[in-house]
Design a protein around this ligand. Structure first.
Ligand SMILES: [Zn+2]
Length: 156
């Protein structure tokens, strides 16, 4: 790791810390040449292949921004969204694949979003699963009710 200040080709690790979720390690480093301090974050790589074929690193921020719109006006906080993105990342890592398709991300979002807020889930699913008619919504609502074990329940 080159020093970002003087480009010295070596640096010394002075502290390592695992993040709370255990998914990354943050290292404090010091340059033996100029004494400059900087930190690096190490994570197992998780890449996403976009529809265009471009590959980019998985980003929790992108999950949050993708879901935020569906959560507009709903009682969902930034903390809820951060937790959702964390669950999505954990689920994706558990899949054992290091290269994912954009589609896999959408699928991984559906489940935790349904647990978080059913209306936001319906909005997200309507875009992601390309709902075309009221029938598609009715089907998704029926799935939600079945998931709750109350197939004949009324709204609310
Ligand atoms: Zn340096």
């Amino acid at each position: 790791m080159h020093c970002p200040f003087c480009r010295h080709p070596d640096s010394r690790v002075i502290d390592s810390r695992t993040s709370d979720d255990g998914l990354s390690i943050r290292r404090r480093r010091q340059c033996p040449e100029c004494g400059g301090r900087f930190s690096t974050v190490e994570t197992a790589s998780l890449s996403v292949v976009k529809r265009s074929g471009a590959v980019e690193p998985f980003s929790r921020d992108k999950v949050v921004s993708g879901v935020r719109k569906a959560c507009q006006g709903r009682p969902v906080t930034d903390d809820d969204l951060a937790l959702l993105a964390q669950k999505v990342e954990e689920a994706l890592r558990q899949s054992g694949q290091s290269t994912l398709e954009a589609n896999d991300i959408g699928l991984a979002i559906l489940e935790p979003l349904r647990e978080l807020d059913e209306i936001a889930y319906l909005r997200f699913a309507s875009v992601y699963r390309a709902f075309e008619s009221l029938g598609d919504f009715e089907e998704a609502v029926a799935e939600l009710r079945a998931g709750r074990g109350e197939p004949n329940a009324t709204e609310g």
